[in-house]
Design a binder for this molecule. Structure first.
Ligand code: NAG
Ligand code: NAG
Ligand code: ZN
Length: 449
């Protein structure tokens, strides 16, 4: 054999071992580069309404599940809206399960208002990843999976079963996603003990955490009155009657907002009322008839009511002050999510020592060097409501500190270091939750995945 030959053989061997290393790396890869690259892959799938690529997202999630040997199931409670359910079986099937929920859909974008294309997942020189869904909430969905990947690498075996649901539809109300899921037989058989769902980014160093959310009440008020000449002064016109209501509602809005401005309350603790439309006037070819007082006027309001608020008090206010029949006014709700559940209790999850899941979460975040802010009421609606309404504890949490709140905004981004830190936060939380042996349940587990 010439020396050339042995050199070739050596090179060949080298190549083989390099290939082997590459193979091993691919099946068990928790390097930051791989974690970020998987996040980018998920972000590049355009799941924006009104035509979300749900099946592409499903394929991606299932490929991740396979790489982690998780059981997977695709359920369409509504046709063409797949929900992906993954399961990491625990050693003790009698303990209530953990459900890690995230939604796969995102809100639409105005591409030309973005500095980087919203489905490219471009990373700038500061490490900020730009894409629709970086904050809301593809980050969280994939962080759950990355945390499981790390836990598996450490050899951790869950005692309690962990489920992951990737649900559709959240951004258009959630009914065909988490809503139908929570009401389903599949869910009932899952024996869920705790649900984790989304939170919000935090501009300071403390993560935000949510134990409840405000209920949306979409109110339309109508006033009727005798029409008349635009020059005539007379009482009880439709416009006058509506304006009295609007003045009253504005005073109430200011009283709530003032408490937030003064720092006495946070946003989720007050009732928000915003006028979203105003409909009045008699149309003419050039705009509106100017010398005629109309006989009908209408206004719409988006109202958000915290669960700590007395619903009857607000109902009374609407009926007696905002749309009183005595002023020839009527009202209707386009949507009215009850503040109380079917047992008459406010829809919230205890965020104190009475709830072991709360205590475990707070401890786990701290152990992973994270800081947690005071628990809050989520100002808008999330899927967590569907679970809380049925009496299941649900905590809203997205580990994004030092991050401007950009959900639904242009140039939504998340820094890659913050994303990686979030993975470690979930490693700590999932480990604590899946090891927790308290709150045993007598009924045998009935699920068949
Ligand atoms: C309500 O409508 C009735 C009938 O059109 C009218 O007589 C009355 O003055 C109106 N009242 C108010 C307060 O607008
Ligand atoms: C814990 O929070 C729940 C719900 O807010 C409340 O009803 C309960 O009194 C609190 N318990 C303790 C020990 O603070
Ligand atoms: Zn969301």
């Amino acid at each position: 054999m010439t020396s050339d030959h042995s050199l070739l053989r050596l090179l060949h061997l080298c190549c083989l071992s390099l290939q082997l290393i590459a193979l091993i790396g691919a099946s068990d890869d928790s390097s930051p580069t791989s974690i970020i690259s998987r996040f980018q892959q998920y972000l590049r799938i355009n799941t924006a309404h009104p035509t979300p690529s749900y099946y592409e997202a499903a394929d991606f999630i299932i490929s991740q599940a396979k790489s982690l040997s998780l059981d997977h199931q695709t359920i369409e409670f509504r046709k063409n809206k797949p929900l992906i359910l993954l399961k990491w079986p625990g050693k003790n099937p009698y303990l209530p399960y953990i459900l890690l929920n995230s939604h796969t859909d995102v809100v639409p974008v105005e591409t030309n208002k973005w500095a980087h294309p919203p489905f490219d997942a471009h990373i700038d020189s500061s490490g900020n990843i730009y894409a629709r869904g970086t904050q809301d909430m593809k980050s969280v969905g994939l962080q759950y999976l990355e945390a499981i990947r790390k836990l598996q690498k450490f050899g951790f075996e869950p005692t309690r079963t962990v489920y992951l649901s990737f649900v559709p539809d959240e951004e258009i109300g959630g009914h065909d996603g988490a809503g139908m899921f929570a009401e389903s037989d599949v869910f009932e058989k899952m024996n869920v003990g705790i649900v984790l769902d989304e939170g919000l980014a935090s501009p300071d160093e403390n993560y935000r955490v949510f134990y409840a959310e405000r209920s949306p009440w979409w109110l339309v008020i109508k006033a009727r009155g005798a029409p008349g000449h635009g020059a005539k002064l007379y009482d009880n016109t439709a416009m006058e009657n509506l304006l009295k209501s609007i003045e009253n509602i504005r005073r109430f809005r200011a009283s709530q907002f003032d408490m937030v401005k003064a720092g006495l309350r946070v946003e989720g603790d007050v009732i928000s009322v915003n006028m979203v439309f105003l409909k009045a006037g008699t149309p003419s070819p050039t705009g509106f008839v100017m010398n005629l007082q109309p006989s009908e006027t209408e206004a719409g309001f988006d109202i958000r009511v915290p669960p700590t608020y007395n619903e009857e008090f607000l109902e009374k206010k609407i009926a007696e002050e905002w749309a009183p029949a005595a002023r020839n006014m009527t009202f209707e709700f386009k949507q009215k999510v009850p503040v109380f559940d079917k047992w008459g209790k406010p829809v919230l999850t205890a965020a104190n020592n009475s709830n072991p899941w709360w205590v475990l979460l707070a401890e786990a975040v701290q152990k992973a060097d994270g800081k947690l802010g005071k628990p809050e009421i989520f100002p808008a609606a999330t899927d967590a409501r569907s679970f809380r309404q049925l009496g299941f504890p649900a905590i809203g949490f997205s580990p994004m500190a030092n991050t401007p709140i950009l959900l639904h905004d242009h140039n939504e981004f998340l820094n890659q270091a913050e994303y990686l830190k979030g993975v470690d936060i979930y490693v700590s939380i999932i480990k604590a939750y899946a090891s927790y042996e308290g709150q045993a349940d007598d009924s045998a587990s009935k699920d068949e995945l």
